[in-house]
Design a protein around this ligand. Structure first.
Ligand SMILES: Cc1ncc(COP(=O)(O)O)c(C=O)c1O
Length: 374
């Protein structure tokens, strides 16, 4: 039996009748852009995140760009983010006209390292974008402190962390999307909350920021033909929002299934020689967008090949840190500037992880991994 990395057709199949009914409602309404399907989804998503506002936009990348623009980040500014993230996190900083500064990640959690962020703060720094990578919330207590001390904006890249929580030192439960002043989400189909196409959202507690983002996503219009900003067409359409509302109702169950599967993986791999797990700090409840393990760098590709031959599909998130991408050669952050991220890039393997994966399939992945390591 093969284990795919993800099977989107299988994932949406149980909701097919609901999606088709939603399509019919939207088709019959004739309202394809704007309308109640969008505002209803935005209200439900804001509630789920514990945020005052959610604004649906075209993609997660749009969400990051619009959030930065709404914060007033632009040319001449520096924005610090994680070297180990999807390229879009840095790309959005560039699209806003600012300069990305890539910070290293923590050796145990692979999340942005607040101490390294602190070392990279300059007089030009305006914002920090922690990435809640693989579904686990970054060290927001340290980052909030750092941002406050340096008067910096804090924007959560929550693209991989819908529903993730982490307990603050005060005992307060923090939820992705409502820990900082603003957050960006992606609804790319493989995400924990995925659209049937592209999608994204911004959450914020700040009503003024929310109004600015609503304008920016709609050509900077304050009213019809009254353009007060140079904005974008970054609206999310009614069909996607109608389907996202259906999927949102199932997000908690999907996350719980991922947590069960992750616990099973972790229990079996905890004492496995040659495998390192990503640490889960006390109080952290990741939503396991990805199940990442680390192996010896020299053997990583051979282990992936052996898993592939055993029918187990794997991936690497991400094989090259952002500062070593050719597009960012001009930043001058060459090899050695983020050593942890650089080392981890050669050690990581993403194993299959999705809500309809079975415990039996996890056993199959684990035994294939053990055989590959032997
Ligand atoms: C961490 C992170 N940031 C940003 C993005 C960009 O989202 P999108 O693909 O929806 O533009 C993604 C996902 O693709 C992501 O994983």
């Amino acid at each position: 039996m093969t284990v795919p990395f993800v099977d989107l057709a299988a994932l949406v199949r149980p909701s097919k009748a609901e999606y088709l009914a939603a399509f019919e409602r939207v088709l019959d309404s004739g309202g394809f852009i704007g309308g109640p399907a969008i505002t209803e989804f935005e209200a439900a998503f804001a509630r789920h995140c514990g945020a005052a506002h959610a604004i649906a936009v075209g993609t997660g990348t749009d969400a990051l760009v619009l959030a930065l623009r709404a914060l007033g980040v632009g040319p001449g500014d520096e924005v610090i983010t994680a070297a180990n993230s999807f390229f879009a996190t840095a790309e959005a900083i560039s699209h806003a006209g600012a300069t990305p500064v890539l910070a290293d990640v923590d050796e145990q959690t692979l999340l942005i390292d607040p101490a390294d962020v602190a070392r990279r703060v300059t007089r030009r720094t305006r914002c920090i974008i922690p990435v809640h990578l693989f579904g686990q919330i970054a060290d927001m207590a340290a980052l909030r402190e750092l941002a406050a001390a340096n008067r910096l904006h804090l924007l959560e890249d929550s693209a991989q962390a819908h529903g993730a929580t982490r307990t603050a030192g005060s005992g307060e439960l923090w939820r992705a999307g409502s820990i900082a002043e603003i957050a960006a989400f992606s609804f790319y189909p493989t995400k924990n909350l995925g659209a049937l196409g592209e999608g994204g959202a911004i959450t914020t507690r700040d009503s003024e920021l929310a109004e600015r983002i609503k304008r920016l996503r709609d050509h900077g219009q304050a009213g019809r033909h009254d353009h007060v900003d140079i904005g974008y067409n970054a609206r999310l359409d009614a069909l996607q929002c109608a389907c996202l509302s259906i999927s949102l109702a199932k997000l908690d169950a999907g996350n719980a299934a991922r947590a069960r599967l992750a616990a099973h993986y972790r229990a079996q791999l905890a004492d496995q020689p040659g495998v390192r797990l990503v640490a889960e700090p006390n109080g952290s409840s990741p939503v396991y967008h990805l199940m990442v393990v680390r192996v010896e760098a020299a053997r990583r590709d051979a282990i992936r090949d052996a898993l592939g031959k055993a029918g187990i599909a794997t991936a690497v998130h991400y094989p090259r840190p952002i500062h070593l991408q050719r597009a960012y050669a001009h930043l001058g952050q060459g090899p050695g500037s983020c050593p942890v991220a650089e080392r981890a890039a050669n050690e990581m393997i993403s194993l299959p992880m999705y809500p309809d994966l079975t415990l039996v399939q996890v056993d199959q992945v684990v035994s294939a991994l053990r055989a590959a390591l032997a």
